[in-house]
Design a protein around this ligand. Structure first.
Ligand code: ME8
Length: 515
């Protein structure tokens, strides 16, 4: 049977990781963990993208040999995954031999099928943006006057980085042959590019990309790359090289690759949609391979409404934040605040506010009250006394203190797994978390509403109500705890352990059995 295969981008090693990288990796990881809770699936991948002129320049600026520099920065990305409890099936580095072999094989495949050709354009010229590692069309660049020097500069519209006119002999890829096929795929399969905002961006990009694509660079200009097979004067375009990493990990071209390919989902940021939803499908079609099932593109984290990026130097260090609020607390913040469809502005103060409001005030408070000796002197998981909830012909409960709000809460707990699954299947983790926190909030309200601390456990009627309240609160917390396992596993474990829920009962099936 096929393994569920989810990927993250492989990050450039031109600088150390920041929270944008952590966010995408966390999305992919949480999606896999959620899949594992609900249906037992697991697999994900992360790694680093190490070739190309951008990395070469960063190594030179640090006065290091490219590979030494890559070793150093790649290790930081691996550390980030380890620090944040993100397990990876594989951590690929594009400077590995296995990857070079796969890329060269892939290249040969496209060439044999005449999709890569050196004669179509002996000399390719255009605006090249080193930071984006791509040639740009006229509509993708803009003229901007530098505030300080007063000089006019040409910049990439998307990234704001400078472009330079570059002319060289390259191998060309027959991109234009595939544009209509890809457009048809995007239009006919609503899940292929997700969410809808990203899909619309791709449709626009497809309209812009009418020409063919240069897929090699002169080795004299970009020596730091995988050589074109049989032509040492050229290296393979870093984006073709990078995208093929998703195949390298599957063992392609060994036949066993079909156990993983096609990928179930590529998680990316919208900045690299063009490469994943235009170039990558075209490369795969050219090589006669299946397309990934889904591409999920999230918007960006911004700082003062400007995209957080290594080249702008306005990045937030995830390691520092982990030291301040724990790795898990910070991942919680990212999932709680991050939205696929629009950019999220980062403020450090917000991290503390969100963690305090949700984890400390709502969840922690509710648990502490429910397990406190004062409310629950025998420290037991008391029964739910259904009979006091029975209604007479006038709709009144046997215990008149029970209200519609109590029934609404019970329904909310029963529906929580289904609601959370709907949101998580759409990668809207913030909505799933919102549902979980609102159950914990309502559990707190149930204690409050009935002033549970005033109930007298020696009075039989009070005891039945008190037991039912504690049971209901525990059930809300138990179900929430099970569902939080893919999101904040350490805290979820603490919560479930405090409620005495054995490991074997922390399952999806058990989350669906309440009341
Ligand atoms: O593009 N907010 O690598 P990269 C949210 N090597 N996510 C962000 C972000 C931000 N401010 N900044 C970066 C590359 N990201 C290529 C990928 S894949 C075959 C090759 C995340 O280091 C987001 O996922 O520039 C974005 O797409 C990715 O990091 C870009 O990382």
């Amino acid at each position: 049977s096929k393994t569920y295969y989810a990927t993250t981008p492989i990050y450039y090693v031109n600088s150390v990781p920041h929270i944008g990288h952590l966010y995408t990796t966390t999305l992919a990881h949480t999606a896999c963990q959620w899949g594992q809770l609900v249906s037992g699936t697991e697999c994900r991948l992360t790694g680093t993208d190490e070739y190309g002129s951008k990395v070469m320049k960063a190594a030179a600026a640090n006065k290091m040999e490219p590979l030494d520099y890559c070793n150093k920065i790649s290790a930081r990305f691996k550390d980030m995954s380890d620090k944040f409890g993100i397990q990876y099936y594989d951590f690929i580095r594009t400077t590995e031999g296995r990857h070079r072999d796969t890329v060269q094989h892939f290249w040969e495949g496209c060439k044999i099928l005449f999709h890569i050709n050196s004669t179509w354009s002996s000399s390719y010229e255009g605006w090249y943006c080193t930071s984006d590692e791509t040639f740009l069309t006229d509509s993708q660049i803009e003229e901007v006057v530098d505030k300080h020097t007063g000089k006019t500069q040409l910049l990439s519209r998307d990234s704001g980085h400078p472009v330079e006119w570059t002319k060289e002999t390259n191998y060309m890829f027959s991109l234009s042959l595939f544009i209509d096929i890809i457009r048809e795929k995007v239009l006919s399969d609503p899940n292929f590019v997700y969410p809808a905002k990203a899909k619309n961006t791709v449709l626009r990009l497809l309209d812009e990309h009418t020409g063919d694509l240069s897929v090699s660079r002169e080795s004299s200009r970009v020596p730091w790359g995988i050589p074109v097979p049989g032509d040492p004067t050229q290296t393979i375009y870093v984006w073709m090289d990078a995208l093929v990493n998703y195949l390298t990990v599957t063992g392609y071209p060994d036949t066993g690759y079909v156990k993983m390919w096609p990928a179930d989902v590529h998680f990316i940021g919208v900045d690299i949609l063009k490469f994943h939803a235009v170039f990558w499908p075209a490369f795969l079609l050219a090589a006669g391979l299946e397309l990934p099932k889904q591409i999920v593109a999230s918007c960006h984290w911004t700082i003062e409404n400007s995209k957080m990026s290594k080249s702008k130097g306005n990045v937030v260090d995830p390691f520092k934040m982990a030291d301040s609020v724990t790795a898990e607390g910070f991942k919680y913040f990212l999932l709680r605040q991050g939205v696929l469809e629009h950019d999220c502005n980062y403020r450090e103060q917000l991290v503390y506010e969100v963690i305090n409001a949700d984890i400390v005030n709502i969840l922690g408070n509710c648990l502490n009250r429910a397990v406190a000796k004062r409310l629950n002197p025998q420290q037991k998981y008391p029964p739910f006394n259904k009979e006091i909830f029975n209604k007479d012909e006038n709709g009144n409960c046997r215990d008149g203190r029970i209200t519609d709000l109590d029934f609404a809460y019970i329904e909310q707990v029963k529906k929580l797994p289904e609601m959370a699954n709907i949101h998580c299947s759409k990668f809207h983790f913030y909505n799933a978390i919102f549902e979980m926190m609102s159950v914990a909030r309502e559990a707190n309200m149930m204690i409050h509403r009935h002033e549970a601390w005033k109930l007298d456990s020696k009075d039989p009627a009070d005891l039945l109500l008190l037991e039912s309240i504690i049971h209901s609160v525990f059930e809300g917390l138990r179900v929430t705890g099970i569902l939080l396992q893919p999101i904040i596993p350490i805290l979820a474990d603490k919560l479930l352990t405090r409620l005495n829920i054995p490991q074997s009962e922390r399952t999806w099936a058990k989350a669906n059995e309440s009341f």
